[in-house]
Design a protein around this ligand. Structure first.
Ligand code: PXP
Length: 253
């Protein structure tokens, strides 16, 4: 199996949430993206929601024009978002399910049972040079269905794992993620993971060799209140690299 360096995508949505609590321009998510680059992030992730509760259209425009890191645009499978993605052509687009009343992205896409025409979204984005990922629950059936759409990437929803009590419940969720990631590798689908990751939960996910990217936001922005964003990202980057190095060492020993 090819070994990849584990990439870190920093999700800056909640810098915009704090800004929007008062209106105005502070704190600026584009400044956060610059800091993320300086602290070792490999990419920036931003979710343009239908209700624009955090990231705005102008944030997306500025992230595309002012930041060198690749942008991963999280978006619902709607015509409006497709038009935004085709206009800006970010490096990647992660298609997520979206419900107006939800506090955050609660679930993965039901690609297996979907009546959404995800294949046509994936195809139109791919033809514009945008790398498409589908955000799914860690379930082999969903990975297989995602593969059938032609999307080159899946992102596994790590929320249930992160919320499970430490011990057997969390271990069982970790195993689901491991199995789904292994299935993605078998099918030649690049595997990412994200949602809810923290200093306490990232290590075991970073150790999974089939996962090549983690997208982390809320925890890092929360930690930034206490120790600064750069320090939180630097610590997360080191934690990820150490977990991956120990796992690789243990497997080759
Ligand atoms: N990946 C996806 C697809 C998401 O929807 C989110 C939340 O916006 C994240 C990663 C980051 O999750 P968190 O903010 O909990 O770290």
């Amino acid at each position: 199996m090819t070994r990849h360096r584990l990439r870190l995508g920093v999700n800056i949505d909640h810098v915009a949430t704090i800004r929007n609590a008062r209106g105005g321009a502070h704190p600026d998510p584009v400044r956060a993206a610059r800091l993320a680059a300086a602290a070792g992030a490999d990419g920036v992730t931003a979710h343009l929601r239908e209700d624009r509760r955090h990231i705005s259209d102008d944030d997306i425009r500025r992230l595309m024009n002012e930041i060198d890191l690749p942008l991963n645009l999280e978006m619902a499978a709607t015509d409006e978002m497709l038009e935004v993605a085709l206009r800006h052509r970010p490096h990647a687009a992660c298609i997520v399910p979206e419900r107006r009343e939800e506090r955050t992205t609660e679930n993965g896409l039901d690609v297996a049972g979907a009546n959404l025409d995800l294949a046509s979204y994936a195809d139109r984005l791919a033809r514009a040079g945008v790398r498409v990922s589908l955000f799914i629950n860690p379930d082999e059936r969903q990975v297989e269905a995602a593969h059938e759409t032609g999307a080159p990437v899946v992102e596994l929803h790590a929320g249930t794992y992160c919320e499970a009590a430490a011990g057997w419940a969390r271990d069982a969720e970790l195993e689901r993620i491991e199995r789904a990631a292994a299935r993605a590798s078998e099918l030649g689908v690049e595997c990412h993971a994200g949602h809810g990751l923290s200093f306490g939960t990232t290590g075991p996910i970073a150790a999974i060799p089939d996962i090549v990217e983690l997208n982390i936001g809320h925890f890092l922005v929360g930690e930034a209140i206490f120790g600064g964003l750069e320090s939180a990202i630097t610590r997360m980057r080191a934690l990820m690299d150490n977990a991956r190095a120990s796992a690789t060492g243990a497997r080759s020993a």
